[in-house]
Structures are given as structure tokens and as C-alpha cells.
Design a protein around this ligand. Structure first.
Ligand code: NAD
Length: 347
């Protein structure tokens, strides 16, 4: 049935796991394993239906395939969804049942943190299954600083492509979401002289940003229409849509949030408005690059991680140039490039 659901894109495997006694209802979607085992986090979220959970897993695992391929990693793409409210339903018994499910998928799927699954949960799973990454126990730890660094470097590459210079002095950037990644991005931007406009649901974070960075604080959707050069979505997905794109004043969108385009058509909407979009899974690959460094035969090596993160700007520049030459959207070009890498490996 999964093949008929939106988001199905020739996935290799979709596993459904149910343990009613221990409260587990899980979907593991493996998009590709051509380049290596499918890596992707587990999202614990109270989806309204099983089909909605499957669709989410399908969509996210496809994105992970492209993210790892384009970052040059020997990893495939996968993603898991546990249909549960992480605040109420997440119990040790449920996670134990999930670890057993992961054990049955050896070599095919490796999980990590995502919305609703914390570092502590990953550590708990790691005691029961080897198929977990990004743990504190001998793992690569928190990926967010690497995501923030890659996003910062990618934002500068977009600025250079658009204006010929990546000097941030006096450049105004709007950041939506000052969480683990957004805050790290704000620090780096401010240190290089950018002016910040920020929003977050948590007023403590925006107040701190006003104090520490002299940032202008705006509420809710105002961040989208802010009068800035760059808009950096670092909160939710689906932020670029038919409703929001006409409001953008920024000439560049470069941020860390996953699944920023509400639909494929929104990439075209941005192109029509001549807004340069840094495809989300290319610019935010720093975290997965860091996690990947603990998987496989080699030991975690920070220098290798930094070297790969520092390639994000050149990858983006190639995408921007090819999109301009071929009159296509940047997300379309990124997907083509990722598919080319996967197909070459398959052959
Ligand atoms: P986080 O939960 O630490 O931070 C998100 C922040 O956004 C929170 O402060 C939250 O209050 C705020 N927020 C939520 N809704 C908002 C809204 N409507 N308006 C303004 N602020 C809002 O998450 P994070 O780890 O910083 O990740 C941010 C985004 O980047 C997510 O989309 C995530 O999927 C993506 N991402 C993160 C990583 C990583 O390494 N952490 C890697 C790749 C992609």
C-alpha cells in the first residue's frame, strides 16, 4: 500500500513495526542503500493517521538519500517515524520494542536523533542495538554546531554568487528560529558584521539575541517579510509556500530547516521572483557529515569532518551555476546531481 502513498519514490523497503503491548507503532523507510546503509533520524510524532506517518517517513527518507549523496558520504537514505506523542507516550518499553525492530534491520538502516527523539533516547537505544549513531557514548555527539557552520558557509556562498562578495559587514539577515542551529548561525553572522532580525516562539531566546547580538526582534510571520538581504529559515519545514513567497523581501533564502519548500512548485515560485534558494539538504548537511564520521570502519576524525563541511559552499556554487545556465530551479538541479551520484554508484 505504501507504493500508492504520496512521497513514495521507488523506495527499496518500507518496514512497519507494531507492538501494541509496549505502545510501538513504527515505520522505517529505506529509500536507497546504493551508497551505503540508510542513515536518518527517528521522528517521534503523534501523526493523525498511520498513512500520514508513512508519508512523512517516505518524504524524509528520500531527502536523506539526496543529502548524503550530495555531501559525498558513503551512506544511503532512510528515516523512521514512531507514531506517538513524545511527551506522553515515549516509555522505556516502547524504546525497547523499537530497538528490537532496529536489530532486525542490521546493515540496512541506522538511526539518529530527530524531532521527539533526544540524545538520551539515542543512548538508551545504543545499549540495545548497534544501529544508532550520534550518541554520546563513543559517538560523534551533537551534530548542531556542524550544521550551523555548514549553513553559515553556505549562506556566504549564496551571497557571493548573488553579489560577487561574501563580505557580511552591513548585510541584513533574518533568522527564523534560534534553536541549536539558528543560535550558532547568529553568532557567526554577527561576529562577521551582519545585522540580524530574529524570531522565535520562545521570548527568552529572542531577548538574549537582542542583548548579545543587538538583533531586532519580530513576531510570527513578520520574519518572512523582513526587509533583509537574506532569509535563513532555522525552525520549521514548509515555510516557503504560495502564501509566504510573495511576501519575501530577501533576495536569498539560505537556512538550515529541513523541507523548506511546501511543494515542488515553490522552488519555481522562488525562481520566478529571482530569489536565490540554497537547497535545504545541501546547506544543512553539516550534521549528517559529522554523524557519518562515526559509521563504518574508520575512527571519528574531526579534521575529515571539517574538510567535508567546508566543501558545502563549492557544492552550492556548482548548483547555483548549473541552475542559472540551464534555466532551472536550484532544488531541481540539486536533486538531479544527487540522483547522478547514486546512479553512477549503482552502475
Ligand atoms: P531546535 O528545536 O533546537 O530549534 C528550533 C527553534 O525554532 C526553537 O527555538 C523553536 O522555539 C523555534 N521555532 C519553532 N517554531 C517557530 C516559529 N514558527 N517561528 C519562530 N521560531 C520557531 O532545532 P534545531 O536543531 O536548531 O533545528 C532547526 C531546523 O534545522 C529544523 O528544521 C531541523 O530539522 C533542521 N536541521 C537541524 C540539524 C541539526 O544538526 N540540529 C541538521 C539538519 C537540519
Amino acid at each position: 500500500e505504501a507504493t500508492a502513498l504520496p512521497g513514495f519514490d521507488g523506495h527499496e523497503q518500507v518496514w512497519l513495526g507494531r507492538d501494541t503491548e509496549r505502545g510501538l507503532e513504527a515505520i522505517v523507510a529505506v529509500h536507497t542503500t546504493v551508497l551505503g546503509p540508510a542513515l536518518g533520524g527517528t521522528r517521534i510524532w503523534p501523526h493523525v493517521s498511520f498513512a500520514a506517518g508513512v508519508t512523512d517517513a517516505l518524504r524524509l527518507s528520500r531527502g536523506m538519500s539526496f543529502k548524503s549523496a550530495i555531501a559525498g558520504l558513503a551512506l544511503g537514505g532512510g528515516k523512521a517515524v514512531i507514531i506517538a506523542d513524545p511527551k506522553k507516550d515515549k516509555t522505556p518499553a516502547m524504546l525497547e520494542a523499537y530497538a528490537e525492530m532496529l536489530n532486525a534491520l542490521v546493515g540496512q538502516y541506522i538511526t539518529a536523533e530527530d524531532v521527539g527523539m533526544t540524545l538520551a533516547d539515542a543512548d538508551f537505544l545504543a545499549e540495545r542495538t548497534p544501529n544508532v549513531s550520534g550518541t554520546t557514548r563513543g559517538g560523534s555527539g551533537n551534530p548542531s554546531p556542524f550544521t550551523a557552520l555548514g549553513t553559515f558557509l553556505g549562506l556566504k556562498a549564496a551571497l557571493r554568487h548573488r553579489t560577487g562578495s561574501d563580505d557580511l559587514k552591513g548585510i541584513c539577515v533574518a533568522i527564523q528560529g534560534l534553536g541549536s542551529v539558528g543560535w550558532g548561525l547568529a553568532q557567526r553572522l554577527q561576529a562577521e558584521g551582519a545585522t540580524l532580525v530574529v524570531s522565535d516562539l520562545d521570548p527568552a531566546r529572542t531577548e538574549r539575541a537582542a542583548e548579545e547580538f543587538g538583533a531586532t526582534v519580530v513576531e510570527g510571520q513578520e520574519i518572512i517579510a523582513a526587509d533583509v538581504e537574506v532569509f535563513a529559515p532555522c525552525a520549521l519545514g514548509g515555510v516557503l509556500s504560495a502564501a509566504t513567497i510573495p511576501l519575501l523581501q530577501a533576495r536569498i533564502v539560505a537556512g538550515a530547516a529541513n523541507n523548506q519548500l511546501a511543494t515542488v512548485t515553490d522552488g519555481e515560485r522562488l525562481r520566478e521572483r529571482d530569489i536565490l534558494y540554497a537547497p535545504d539538504y545541501v546547506i544543512n548537511a553539516g550534521g549528517v557529515i559529522n554523524v557519518a564520521a562515526e559509521i563504518g570502519s574508520g575512527r571519528y576524525n574531526l579534521d575529515h569532518v571539517m574538510a567535508r563541511v567546508s566543501q558545502i559552499p563549492s557544492t552550492l556554487t556548482r548548483i547555483f551555476e548549473r541552475a542559472a545556465q540551464e534555466g532551472r530551479t536550484t532544488d531541481d538541479v540539486a536533486e538531479t546531481m544527487a540522483r547522478e551520484i547514486i546512479e553512477a554508484a549503482r552502475r
